[in-house]
Write a protein that binds this ligand. Structure first.
Ligand code: ZN
Length: 715
């Protein structure tokens, strides 16, 4: 009977958090997800919290040192925060956990809020790891460039950012390192419009699996400098509190029950009805006084507590320190984490020495003429730097953090040699800077016929954050010619996102009078099962990829109504669908227009892309290689197709005239040029094609400004 009552109290406690306030901490949301899937969990939580609260560990704590690793997941430099910014968040954490914060003076000691006597130092020091799990030198910071839209927003349920296999970075062993993941954004916004700044996993088994233990934080709320300049940096203080066993002070709302067994299981943090953000010093949201309450009367809300949402935090309480100490005593991995042997194993017991040259940059893919900000990331005590930037301006530098301009398309390495005066180390990152080729002006056509692989140097960047099947060149199948781009999605497990990024295109010459711009492409796809709902999306950018806007989405049956339960390849022209996007609006008529294809796969089937064509004017099902005007040349047809030794071209003109007939290969190169006198009415022209090698071609017939184009294939 007693057990049933406990379960009901706890269930109420955890669903009672407020939606009204600024819900910046996602920890309750994460825990609620786990509780929803595990009906017995509320009882487990209650048992372990009650035991921790009752541990009577006293106020004298053993000083602990904790090695920390930060896993930074950034998007082409966005969110790749500096080591200085990481250190600033640790500085805040160490001040707050050791009650060395300057605002302890604001902890109240008044008759109705006598909190200062119960403010506690947690006696925990956090230090960046100096030796990694493999025994190598580290600065305690791991970095990974992930494609946009992956972490990106972090899904708090599946947590892909915590697994290398799903595009993130694996945790380091939790009995040796405290893991922090830094991301650009977390989950969907709250209903009240606020955003989640961070969330934590509780230390007990009910908090989650061993390999996801730690906390996740937005990069722009990490620390007090860089992208978090102006912030108090205390998101980490609150989230580490959760990681070491603390609940919110408003947990369970108002109650008069035993404070050792209810609410946040702390008797020196008065009950609070819900999450508040404001700092009103008269805030007293609960009238009840719990049994065993430290103060013995209806004290004001403890707005100072780090485990509230209030914006005036400056203290942990003694009872909170008791819970934390209990976790370090009862959980063997936390005991190991804080042990002196582990301090030696992770290198945090001795002063940091220079051991590795390294660097980061604010982006790695740029357009011609763009600048890249490089930042020294050497560890752990460099004071001299020599940089080499092939094809950069300047091409060398001795600054710590140089700004370099790239003016020539290509892929370049960067080398940094760093020293502390005695030790010298060099770091070269090959294929680090990608300067995209600016394509010529419209029209643009890509049939993929000329390539043997896809790469940034031949205009196409492939991103494959899952490190599994990626967009690759298909050498035997195409709509036009024999090549296309394919993603072998069949047989890939889980959900995957793959990107194919084009090179920039100069659309600055487009005017409304020219009829705007159309982006056409062809795809071939089959579902694996009829219920599949995979998506192909097209994104556009007007600023060389700094921001992308989704402008076309084809999902599920919009991609195909047919399902094939084997790895599928298109067998005929009929398997291809042509898409015309007429929404490349004037916002995109700029010098550095660019576009990319995203495929969101989920155990379905393969997709192929071909004939990417961007041109002035309205949609055309024929490929447009130059500006086309209708009317003067009519009824154009071509046969046979495919052809061998000759092709026949039929067309009609209204006036006798000389027309120009050109055969172009898929790159637009003219391989034959004929001037032909055309009579009024129907004309038939036979063209010898014996000199042409097998492949795909276009035949263009021109008269003045008028032109029509057909495609054909030589066998
Ligand atoms: Zn929280």
């Amino acid at each position: 009977m007693k057990k049933i009552i406990l379960i009901s109290i706890c269930s109420l406690s955890f669903i009672g958090f407020s939606q009204k306030s600024t819900n910046w901490c996602g920890t309750d949301k994460k825990l609620q997800q786990r509780m929803d899937n595990s009906p017995g969990m509320a009882d487990e939580i209650h048992q372990s919290m009650s035991e921790a609260a009752a541990s009577q560990s006293g106020h004298e704590k053993v000083i602990k040192t904790i090695p920390v690793v930060f896993h930074i997941l950034h998007d082409n430099g966005i969110g790749n925060i500096s080591a200085a910014q990481i250190q600033s968040t640790l500085d805040v954490l160490n001040r707050d956990f050791n009650r060395l914060n300057l605002d302890t003076v604001n902890t109240r000691l008044t008759p109705s809020a006598p909190f200062k006597t119960n403010a506690a130092s947690m006696q925990i020091q956090f230090i960046l790891a100096k030796i990694d799990p493999n025994g190598n030198c580290t600065n305690g910071i791991e970095r990974k460039d992930v494609a946009s839209n992956i972490t990106y927003e972090v899904d708090m349920n599946s947590e892909p950012h915590k697994f290398t296999s799903s595009g993130g970075l694996n945790a380091w062993p939790r009995n040796k390192y405290f893991n922090v993941w830094i991301v650009n954004s977390i989950d969907v916004p709250n209903p009240d419009g606020s955003i989640i700044l961070g969330y934590a996993q509780f230390p007990e088994s009910w908090g989650g699996p061993a390999n996801t233990y730690g906390l996740t934080m937005r990069q722009d709320y990490t620390g007090t400098v860089g992208t978090a300049a102006g912030e108090d940096g205390r998101t980490i203080t609150h989230e580490v509190g959760h990681c070491f066993g603390l609940l919110h002070t408003f947990q369970g709302g108002c109650h008069s029950n035993n404070c050792n067994n209810n609410g946040d299981y702390c008797c020196d943090t008065p009950p609070q009805s819900e999450a508040f953000y404001s700092c009103s010093p008269t805030l007293n949201s609960c009238a009840q006084t719990p049994t065993n309450d430290t103060y013995g009367f209806d004290a004001l809300d403890q707005i100072e507590n780090y485990m509230s949402y209030n914006a005036c935090q400056n203290m942990f309480s003694y009872d909170q320190s008791t819970i934390m100490e209990s976790e370090f005593t009862s959980l063997s991995y936390l005991t190991s984490l804080a042990s002196s042997g582990n301090a030696v194993a992770t290198g945090i017991n001795i002063p940091a020495a220079m051991c590795k040259a390294d660097f980061i940059s604010n982006k790695t893919t740029v357009c011609v003429g763009d600048q890249i900000q490089f930042t020294d990331d050497s560890y752990n005590a460099a004071n001299g730097w020599t940089w080499n930037f092939p094809s950069g301006t300047p091409s060398t530098s001795t600054s710590q953090n140089p700004l370099i301009t790239y003016s020539t398309p290509g892929i370049y390495e960067v080398t940094l040699t760093a020293t502390d005066g005695s030790i010298i180390d060099s770091e070269t990152k090959t294929q680090y800077v990608k300067v995209l080729e600016n394509s010529s002006s419209l029209p643009f056509f890509e049939g993929f016929e000329l390539y043997s692989t896809l790469s940034a140097t031949n205009n196409w960047q492939v991103l494959n954050p899952g490190s599994n099947s990626a967009f690759v060149l298909e050498n035997t199948v195409g709509h036009t010619g024999t090549k296309s781009v394919k993603l072998i999605n069949f047989g890939q497990s889980g959900t995957n996102l793959d990107e194919l990024i084009a090179s920039p295109l100069d659309l600055s010459g487009v005017t409304a009078g020219s009829g705007g711009v159309t982006l056409s492409f062809r795809f071939a796809y089959r579902k694996r099962f009829s219920t599949d709902n995979e998506c192909l999306k097209v994104f556009l950018t007007s600023n060389c990829g700094t921001t992308w806007v989704q402008r076309k989405t084809l999902c599920g049956s919009s991609l195909s109504n047919s399902a094939v339960n084997s790895s599928w390849t298109p067998a005929s022209i009929a398997d291809w669908t042509t898409v015309h996007m007429t929404n490349v609006t004037s916002d995109y008529w700029v010098e550095n227009f660019n576009y990319k294809f995203n495929f969101e796969g989920a155990n379905g089937n393969n997709i192929f892309l071909d004939d990417i064509n961007i041109y002035s004017g309205g949609p055309s099902d024929n490929i447009v290689l130059t500006v086309s005007e209708q009317g003067e040349i009519e009824g154009l047809s071509l046969y046979p197709n495919p052809a061998e030794n000759e092709v026949n071209i039929e067309f009609t003109v209204q006036d006798a005239k000389t027309v120009q007939i050109q055969i172009q290969d898929v790159t637009g190169k003219i391989v034959q040029n004929h001037n032909v006198y055309a009579a009024i009415g129907s004309n038939l022209v036979m063209i010898d094609t014996q000199s042409l090698s097998a492949g795909s071609y276009f035949i263009a017939i021109k008269s003045g400004d008028a032109q029509k184009v057909l495609q054909f294939v030589i066998k």
